[in-house]
Design a protein around this ligand. Structure first.
Ligand SMILES: NC(=O)c1ccc[n+]([C@@H]2O[C@H](COP(=O)([O-])OP(=O)(O)OC[C@H]3O[C@@H](n4cnc5c(N)ncnc54)[C@H](OP(=O)(O)O)[C@@H]3O)[C@@H](O)[C@H]2O)c1
Length: 230
């Protein structure tokens, strides 16, 4: 038994390592075949987590798109789409965002204690607001999700959240898609920020697979002994 879920970090980036453009809206990095692959990964997970900035800039629905996959989940006794999870300190989240309104799956907001009252009054009707402590720690958040029955967690951005999961050595699997263009603007968000990463020149990660999907490439890295081969 593990006290935290298997954590799969999934992300698309430009050749120069950016998650989007500097504009406050979503930039499509991938292609339709890869979006469908990501949909299958989503369908295989119990929860999907994104940072509050991604909720604000991308307004993602975070639902399983394919009806067949939703029905297959339902047949297994699961909700059609995984639980949605976000985290915030400043609580600048709009309850009308698609994160909250799309799908009747459970939505969890891990909030730093200071903003808890504000979060509960603003978001309490559309989500379960969880006290994340003075500053939300990715390890305790993961353990709390494990206690809620989440066995497989998909982390889908953005860079701030990636950095915290990776530097805390919590990621079991990294699925990195490289899109065939440059963003070339350092105001945009990178795949990760600065930090001390467990994989570095002195400790190389294991490249577990490479797959071309149309004009993008998927790189799979095994980052822990829990890594699950396909
Ligand atoms: N290409 C991809 O696959 C992909 C996927 C997702 C996102 N993106 C892009 O990534 C960008 C957003 O990334 P980002 O790095 O700016 O932001 P982010 O990681 O999405 O969210 C960061 C925010 O999450 C909250 N947060 C993070 N750590 C926290 C902690 N320990 N405790 C409490 N709250 C915490 C804070 O929210 P508050 O500010 O509310 O306190 C923080 O500002 C966008 O451009 C988006 O388009 C790309």
């Amino acid at each position: 038994m593990h006290d935290r879920p298997y954590i799969l970090l999934s992300c698309g980036m430009s050749i120069d390592g950016y998650l989007g453009s500097a504009a406050p809206r979503r930039l499509e990095l991938s292609n339709s075949a890869d979006f469908d692959r990501v949909d299958a990964v989503r369908a295989s997970c119990d929860a999907i987590l994104v940072g509050a900035n991604t909720v604000r800039t991308d307004n993602p629905r975070l639902l399983v798109r394919s009806q067949d996959r939703r029905e297959a989940r339902t047949a297994r006794g699961l909700p059609p789409s995984p639980i949605k999870v976000t985290l915030t300190e400043r609580v600048r989240l709009d309850p009308r965002a698609d994160f909250f309104t799309a799908g009747d799956c459970e939505k969890l907001v891990y909030c730093a204690s200071e903003g808890l009252g504000d979060a509960r009054s603003r978001l309490g009707r559309v989500a379960t607001v969880v006290d994340g402590g003075r500053r939300v720690q990715m390890r305790s958040l993961s353990e709390d999700l494990g206690a809620r029955g989440v066995q497989r967690l998909m982390v889908e951005g953005g860079g701030n959240v990636h950095t915290q999961f990776l530097t805390n050595d919590l990621v079991d699997e990294l699925q990195l898609v490289v899109a065939p263009f440059f963003v070339g603007d350092s105001r945009a968000t990178r795949f990760v920020g600065d930090g001390r990463f467990p994989f570095n020149p002195g400790r190389r990660a294991t490249l577990a697979g490479v797959r071309q999907i149309g004009d993008v490439v998927l790189l799979r890295y095994a980052l822990s002994s829990r890594f699950e081969t396909e």
